[in-house]
Design a protein around this ligand. Sequence first.
Ligand code: FES
Ligand code: FES
Length: 174
Amino acid sequence: MVNPDHSIADTEKPVPQAIPVTLQVNGIVHHLKILPWVTLLDALRDRIGLTGTKKGCDHGQCGACTVLVDGIRVNACLTLAIMKDGAAVTTVEGLETDGNLHALQQAFVKHDAFQCGYCTSGQILSALGLLNEGQARTKEEIRELMSGNLCRCGTYPNIVAAIQEVMQAKEGAT
Ligand code: FES
Ligand code: FES
């Protein structure tokens, strides 16, 4: 039997409100109003228009959506945008400087470290996070610390070679 009060109860439910959020993305400040359940990935792609960050699984399993938040790599599909109010976000669009590709981007090209390219922006941002963390020394450690980034094309040896080259160049420069 239909509850005669049902429609009244529905109208009394609070309407979700968009919340002001400020994100500094690749050095540019964006003031947004975002519903509480919107992920950082969707905010970047659909609200800010930066589609370089890819949506693969949308469940934290593939790493295609990896970005840096305040220098630390995160899965943007598992991160609510409102949780990162005031944060600095780096996406693949922010890596080049004055028209020059980042060393990691150059190394990925040099080592042919992509096929379809769908995972590549996530791989590169994760590699950048890995270099910031300074935990990896060997090929095996690079593999282990990049294990959250899947590549359906299977270009793993080339990806590891590209990262290792940049890591060694960085170490040689310090
Ligand atoms: S899209 Fe985020 S981990 Fe797959
Ligand atoms: S290059 Fe195709 S998924 Fe990695």
